[in-house]
Design a protein. Structure first.
Length: 316
């Protein structure tokens, strides 16, 4: 039974007590039992309210079958009825107090609902703004198919570049990077790859990372996806983020083992592990994987790079 129904029952029961005749001893005894029952019900309601308001844990209710004991015949009715009137007045006061507490609790719940709705609306708006901004940064303008690097040389500097706000000339450098057009941009996947590649070569690493970040998701079947992931790993390496680079190289090899840059990603994974100062055994394991999987398929340059790495780490 709901809380409001219990309160209503107490009010109704209290009204019946007041309306009962006062001149019969048996009626007085019955009235006394009914008021006692109402008080027990109110005690139960109070415990429920106390629990929902963060008070003491709920205990077993006092509500039970009406007490079968009644006043003995011949007992004067005046004193008990006077006491009953006082108890009824007390019950009415309790009911009024409980009603106020219920209304206060309902008001608090409504306020919490309103506050949460406002918070959710504001959060959704911020998330949409962030997603829209990210989509704009990732979206290619045309598309280009420039020369795809096999293993581009890593620039000497490996420290992260300053942010655009701290680099007044950055906007000019970004504007100087030519965007692929015409034959260099036959489709969006090619444009995204070539423009990201040019940003990387210009040393604009954050912009290049944004260009390649979602490439595998946006163009999962594109012929340049293996190259794009390999270049993204190289951008992270040059930007001083070897951990992210290692994850990209390994993912490119494991998910696209037949990709045209899968073997390069294994070689570059060894470079990333070296930058992370991983044990020689870890690096040697990468070279072993390279030989076991690709073997005679390696180009002379790749084989020479791997042999140099094995010699450096004394791999068996």
């Amino acid at each position: 039974m709901g809380m409001r129904k219990l309160v209503l029952m107490a009010v109704i029961a209290g009204g019946l007590v007041v309306a009962a005749p006062v001149d019969a001893q048996n009626a007085g005894a019955s009235l006394d039992a009914r008021v006692t029952q109402v008080e027990k019900r109110l005690n139960t309601v109070e415990r429920v309210l106390s629990r929902t308001s963060g008070g003491a844990p709920m205990v077993q209710p006092d509500i039970g079958p009406p007490d079968g004991s009644v006043a003995a015949a011949g007992t004067p009715a005046t004193a008990p009825l006077t006491d009953l009137q006082a108890r009824v007045a007390s019950v009415e006061g309790e009911v009024s107090g409980l009603t106020n507490r219920v209304e206060t609790a309902e008001h608090r719940l409504q306020q919490l609902d309103m506050d949460f709705a406002a918070y959710k609306k504001a959060t959704d708006a911020r998330l949409r703004a962030l997603e829209d901004g990210r989509a704009t940064a990732d979206a290619p303008a045309a598309l280009s198919d420039g020369p795809a690097p096999v293993r581009p040389a890593r620039p000497a500097a490996t420290t992260p570049k300053p942010a655009a706000a701290a680099d007044p000339g950055r906007a000019d450098r970004l504007a100087a990077v030519p965007k692929p057009t015409g034959a260099d941009a036959p489709d969006k996947g090619t444009y995204a790859y070539n423009y990201g590649y040019r940003l990387w070569k210009a040393g604009l690493y954050p912009e290049a990372e944004a260009q390649f970040d979602k490439y595998a998701t946006r163009f999962p079947k594109h012929r340049l996806v293996s190259r794009a992931q390999n270049v993204l790993g190289l951008v992270y390496l040059d930007d001083g983020k070897p951990k992210e680079a290692a994850e990209i190289f390994y993912t490119n090899y494991s998910k696209l083992p037949d990709g045209d840059r899968a073997s390069d990603s294994l070689l570059n994974l060894a470079r990333a592990l070296t930058a992370l100062k991983r044990p020689a055994a870890d690096v040697c394991q990468v070279y072993k994987e390279l030989g076991d999987v690709y073997g005679d398929k390696l180009t002379p340059a790749q084989r020479a790079d791997a042999d140099k790495g094995r010699a450096t780490y004394k791999c068996k």
